[in-house]
Design a protein around this ligand. Structure first.
Ligand SMILES: *[C@@H]1O[C@H](CO)[C@@H](O)[C@H](O)[C@H]1NC(C)=O
Ligand SMILES: *[C@@H]1O[C@H](CO)[C@@H](O)[C@H](O)[C@H]1NC(C)=O
Ligand SMILES: *[C@@H]1O[C@H](CO)[C@@H](O)[C@H](O)[C@H]1NC(C)=O
Length: 778
């Protein structure tokens, strides 16, 4: 569309417009300085009178500047800062600001503020988060965040992006049907926590400058216990997540806590759904109590888009719109994505439902964030990062990181020995499948416009020019399969590669799956091609969630299976590098792949993590589910062989010294609090050292997982991840990986009331096949 938004910045306008604009300022600035539509806030050069305002004075403390600004505003002006399209205040030289930008795996065009036009036609599109998570590489999470924030700042400087990004999504991927599972780091609270804090630091942290300064502001969402979008008529807008305290503290909350406490995130977004009968955006315990009170958020709490309206209109949680506005602000909400608070807050104040002080408090949190971003520091070009521009977007090294992230994440699930393929002896390839030559599918949802795409076909054909291609189905739904065409192609080629799976028509926001089978005729196509193929057949699954591909796992004609997530703009490069052995696969599944029978037993709406023997509910995720899996959390093969040995183990017995009058001295106890004198008085920290050896004939990267199985107290998990570390080893090389384990912190579990406890009895640590038991007693 031709016309640009009212947010037009000087440097975004074409030069002719710029001239007219400058003339406008020159001609009118003397008579009506303060009334000139500001381009950026505190533009003291254009409007010298602003220099006298405390909020523009960069020498003052931020808190003082915020208070100064709030004190200058009328109630109506204040309300304008409660909504995501902030209108600004021309008389104070404050331009409008659009809060909503997204950067889940690259700067995205979803939201109001970010557009790919003219100067920046695209940005680096990294793999969808579920694949990046599969790398289990915390430095990679942070490295990606850093590149994304550089590109975001560069786009901001030319007026095509905002400063506030509502990413990442750190909800636990507790059910494979969830359409947004692809956006998350998977099912494990520890991995999700590390992802949350790592990615947020990458986005937010400035290079060495003031710790209070933000490069861009990140946001962890959707708080909390969300993860149902639209399943059999249950929509996120009306879903009441019934969550017990144990699952809340053990599973749903940890990524958010880590995001705020370890990542110092500048924002948290409350979700649409209710938790135990209360809309999250109207729950004072969850917002003011936990996020701000316990975790000490330094920033703002934003609603999911139109959440406030939803709690009134869909959930009928309040009797009037004004009550919905008041209850949210009083609960601790600072900003509304949407316009609802703009419409109804004044009524709420007039009706005495909310005090103006609560509004001051909310906008102070919003202003604080903008101050930390430099929004009130005058010309962005003269600030830190002011030199960034289009030249810093889609650089070769940024694009290489997108390829590298895909290489690090891709998971090899099956290999009968034919992988890697020899690039010299593989003379011909047949590429078959609806995802074999896709572009947009590779970037999943919350996408932007990538710098460029390399499709799987392009990636593999670069190595084997004699590559033939047939989609085999019109799309991933695959209602009709061209079996005859596909089998003919496979019959003529040295190797056949099938690229199957899903796309946004199967799983995305507002679209949950109802089953785990490959869509339509995909299974039939794969099976028939495998039968007819002349050479080995490789199956590549492109998807966010897992599939029941038991048929392929068991089919001897299928020589290899790869899961490639949605691998980002450079997906084809990474897939080819792995298939031809230029990169030795090292990704591990961040979520369980269940059989189809699982979803027939488990309603998606059941939030319980633990199994229930009384009704046959099997539990969720590797921590609790004991049934059959197709593939398990942590699965993933390499082209080399790694082995572990224990170099240093904890003692066999750890005695926690409890006080003389402790109740557990006189009676049987199952567990002790994971805090208190017995945790401080005892030497309860120890080191575990594991030697890892690459016994194969090529370099490889290996993830060491340290799991622990606690004694069976408080419905403890069957095992849980205590730490992970990724290392690169040359052939026949070995190295020692160290983990520090603290009995009270790391070996504790969450009890029925949400309290952390150390189980008394046998704890088992495991790394691969290695096991070590220790007994905790008093
Ligand atoms: C913000 O304003 C734009 C028009 O400039 C509108 O299209 C968009 O829906 C608004 N966003 C929200 C979240 O209300
Ligand atoms: C593969 O996809 C690319 C990108 O859309 C397209 O340019 C190319 O023509 C496709 N190749 C074939 C053989 O269809
Ligand atoms: C983790 O990722 C970073 C950033 O890409 C990379 O430099 C490092 O080598 C990776 N670690 C391993 C063990 O592969």
């Amino acid at each position: 569309m031709g016309s640009s938004s009212p947010l037009t910045r000087r440097n975004r306008a074409p030069s002719s417009v710029l001239l007219i604009f400058c003339c406008f300022i020159l001609c009118f600035s003397h008579s009506s300085n303060a009334q000139t539509k500001p381009v950026f806030a505190c533009d003291v050069d254009t409007n010298p009178s602003l220099a006298g305002y405390g909020f523009c004075n960069t020498l003052l403390k931020i808190e003082y500047r915020v208070a100064d600004l709030v004190a200058r505003l009328t109630l109506q002006e204040k309300i304008g800062f409660l909504v995501s399209n902030a209108t600004g205040v021309t008389r104070l030289g404050i331009p409008p600001y659009k809060w909503w930008s997204e950067a889940l795996h690259g700067v995205s065009y979803v939201g109001d503020a970010t557009r790919f036009l003219g100067l920046v036609p695209g940005a680096t599109s990294f793999p969808q988060v579920i694949l990046t998570a599969a790398s289990f590489n915390v430095s990679l999470f942070q490295a990606i965040g850093k590149v994304v924030s550089t590109e975001a700042r560069a786009m901001y400087n030319v007026g095509s992006a905002g400063l506030t990004y509502w990413s990442p999504n750190v909800n636990i991927f507790r059910d494979p049907r969830w359409g947004r599972g692809q956006e998350t780091p998977g099912e494990d609270p520890l991995l999700s926590s590390k992802y949350a804090s790592g990615y947020v630091k990458g986005l937010q942290e400035t290079d060495g400058a003031d710790a209070n300064r933000l490069k861009v502001a990140a946001c962890c969402k959707h708080y909390t216990a969300y993860d149902v979008d639209n399943w059999k008529g249950v929509e996120r807008y009306n879903f009441n997540a019934v969550v017990n305290q144990q699952d809340m503290d053990d599973t749903y909350q940890p990524p958010f806590k880590s995001c705020v406490v370890d990542g110092n995130v500048a924002s948290v977004m409350c979700s649409y759904n209710q938790v135990n009968g209360k809309p999250t955006c109207a729950d004072p315990d969850l917002l003011a109590g936990v996020i701000r009170g316990e975790w000490k958020l330094n920033g703002y709490i934003v609603s999911d888009c139109d959440s406030v309206k939803v709690l009134y209109e869909y959930q009928h949680y309040t009797k009037t719109p004004a009550e919905a506005a008041a209850i949210s602000i009083n609960a601790g909400l600072d900003l509304n994505c949407g316009s609802y608070l703009g419409q109804y807050t004044e009524d709420a104040v007039k009706a005495g439902l909310v005090h103006e002080a609560a509004i001051d408090n909310a906008i102070s949190n919003n202003f604080l964030t903008l101050m930390r971003l430099g929004f009130f520091d005058g010309d962005p070009k003269k600030q830190i990062y002011g030199e960034l521009g289009p030249k810093d977007v889609c650089t070769p090294s940024n694009q290489e990181l997108a390829a590298e992230a895909a290489r690090q994440g891709i998971v090899l699930l099956k290999n009968t020995g034919c992988l890697p393929l020899s690039p010299t002896t593989t003379k011909s390839l047949a590429m078959i499948g609806p995802n074999a030559n896709v572009t947009e599918t590779m970037i999943g949802n919350y996408q932007g416009i990538p710098c460029k795409y390399t499709t799987p076909l392009q990636g593999l054909a670069a190595t084997v020019p004699a590559t033939t291609y047939l989609p085999g189905c019109a799309n991933v739904a695959c209602t009709v399969a061209d079996v005859a065409g596909a089998t003919k192609l496979a019959g003529d080629a040295d190797v056949t590669v099938l690229v199957m799976g899903a796309d946004k028509s199967i799983e995305e926001e507002s679209r949950d799956r109802v089953d785990l089978n490959l869509p339509g005729q995909q299974e039939e196509l794969v099976t028939q091609v495998a039968k007819a193929a002349k050479g080995p057949v490789l199956l590549v699954i492109m998807s966010g969630g897992g599939f029941d591909i038991t048929f392929a796992k068991n089919d001897p004609k299928i020589a290899g299976i790869l899961w490639v997530g949605y691998p980002g703009e450079a997906g084809g490069i990474a897939i080819a590098d792995i298939i031809f052995g230029r990169y030795n696969p090292s990704g591990r599944l961040p979520m369980t792949w269940y059989p189809q029978s699982y979803v027939e037993k488990v309603p998606m709406t059941n939030m319980n993590m633990r199994p229930d023997t009384s009704n046959g509910y099997p539990g969720r995720t590797y921590r609790f589910y004991t049934g059959e899996t197709v593939y398990s959390f942590g699965d993933g093969l390499s082209y080399t062989k790694f082995s572990h040995s224990l170099v240093k183990a904890p003692p066999r017995v750890v005695s926690l010294r409890v006080e003389e009058n402790h109740v557990c001295r006189s009676s049987e106890c199952q567990s002790l609090d994971a805090f208190g004198p017995h945790c401080e008085n005892t030497v309860s920290g120890f080191e575990v050292q594991i030697k890892v050896r690459n016994g194969g004939d090529r370099e490889g990267v290996h993830t060491v997982f340290l799991f622990t199985t606690p004694p069976e107290v408080h419905g403890s998990p069957r095992k849980h991840l205590l730490g992970f570390e990724k290392i690169r080893l040359g052939k026949m090389e070995e190295a020692v990986v160290k983990f520090n384990v603290d009995v009270c912190k790391d070996l504790s579990v969450v009890d029925e009331n949400g309290k952390r406890k150390v189980g008394l009895g046998q704890h088992r640590l495991h790394v691969g096949d290695l096991k070590h038991s220790l007994s905790i007693r008093i």
